[in-house]
Design a protein around this ligand. Structure first.
Ligand code: 3PG
Length: 394
């Protein structure tokens, strides 16, 4: 794929697909990360004399105009981040968009209304893409976190205009390639979260690519059950036990070491500060549930990290949203952060919950790279080709 460096932008209208699908409460943006991350791309376009016209989705309006899902309320947050006036057009195609593009002064930015207000967006409709394409002369995709969607503004449009990756897209692809494509070994992956069933493809892909796979959270319980260990009242998918065994087998033949918790923190109820105790992983009382990995497990995980060169992390190790069951996640994240800062580890993490957990642990900013992507990060970890990226390559 091409980058902004390959494009001549002087006086040209650049259509930029961004992902500013940010959390909003009472009309205010509560986390501006995704907005902040598009700043380098927009500034580079302006510096090259181009006119940035932003295309984006917001929420899931399913092809209808849903006023609550308008992008207009994001204009102040965009202006604050970009430091230039941001204009708004009531539609992403047709008359309103054309007039707004024609009136856009040099050095300023235009945001077009939610692409998903059109039915054709999620259908990857060529006519819609052509109507968007008619507004500008180049297309820049900076929305890695929406690249798993084959939509008109992420896929078809790349085939309409000369295209390139924006700075954020570039950074995401480079970081992910360094972690899984051609990594420094040994590579360790941490996969946590509640269910094996939602991360089956991911686990299956990782065992043939990484040297160590640390399994945590509720899904570790399913692996314990698969090995005939009783987990009391813990969350576990008993019907996935056979699948878990197959993953263990696949790992063995691929030479991937699976790290499951050797000790666990158990409680009788899922509540912050519930009375708890640490027991061996095979000694969970019948009336208790596993809510976190224990200190012995954390020591083992830390040792694995220290012996690794690359770390890729998705999913917390325990019930990180309630104390003290965030302890294992916090301690392992702190270790990864420390090794990264010491130049011993390349650490990459992604996924909504994961980033929240690493932020809570105060470790996120010390990682080598934190992806802005949720679903796209998972699909990439599954080894899938992301349509938005593939279209740029073609
Ligand atoms: C995200 O928030 O992960 C992206 O913006 C994609 O949103 P979607 O899951 O609604 O396609």
């Amino acid at each position: 794929w091409k980058t902004l460096d390959d494009l001549e932008l002087e006086g040209k209208v650049a259509l930029v697909r961004v992902d500013i699908n940010v959390p909003v409460e009472d009309g205010r943006v509560t986390d501006t990360t995704r907005i902040d991350k598009i700043v380098p791309t927009v500034k580079d376009i302006l510096a090259k004399g181009g006119k940035p016209v932003l295309l984006a989705h917001f929420g899931r309006p399913k092809g209808k105009v849903v006023p609550e899902m308008s992008l207009k309320p994001l204009v102040p947050a965009l202006e604050a981040a970009l430091g230039v006036p941001v204009h708004f057009a009531e539609d992403c195609i047709g008359g309103p968009a054309k007039r707004a593009v024609a009136a856009l002064p040099a050095g300023e930015v235009l945001l077009l209304e939610n692409t998903r207000f059109h039915e054709g967006e999620e259908k990857n409709d060529r006519e819609l893409a052509a109507a968007m394409g008619a507004l500008g002369s180049v297309y820049i995709n900076d929305a890695f976190s929406a690249a798993h969607r084959a939509h008109a503004s992420t896929e078809a449009l790349a085939r309409v205009l000369p295209s390139a990756a924006g700075r954020l897209m570039e950074a995401e692809l480079k970081a992910l390639e360094a972690a899984l494509g051609d990594p420094e070994r040994p590579v360790t992956a941490v996969v946590g979260g509640a269910k094996v069933s939602t991360k089956l493809d991911l686990l299956g892909n990782l065992v043939s690519k990484v040297d160590n796979l640390v399994i945590g959270g509720g899904m570790a319980n399913t692996f314990l059950v698969a090995q005939g260990i009783s987990v009391g009242t813990s969350l576990a998918e008993r019907d996935m036990a056979q699948t878990a065994l197959e993953i263990l087998e696949k790992a063995k033949s691929a030479g991937c070491t699976i790290v499951l918790p050797s000790d666990v923190v158990v409680a009788r109820e899922f509540k912050a500060n519930a009375p708890h105790e640490t027991v061996a992983a095979d000694a969970c009382p019948e009336d208790a549930m596993i809510l976190d990995a224990g200190p012995e497990a954390v020591a083992r995980i830390s040792k694995v990290f220290a012996e690794s060169r690359t770390l890729i992390w998705n999913g917390p190790l325990g019930a990180f949203e309630i104390t003290p069951f965030d302890a294992a996640t916090n301690a392992a994240a702190a270790k990864a952060a420390e090794l990264t800062q010491a130049g011993q580890l390349i650490s990459v993490a992604g996924g909504g919950d994961t980033v929240a957990a690493l932020n809570k642990a105060g470790a996120a900013e010390k990682f080598s790279y934190i992806s802005t992507a949720g679903g796209a990060f998972l699909e990439w970890m599954e080894g899938k080709v992301l349509p938005g990226v593939e279209a740029l390559e073609d």
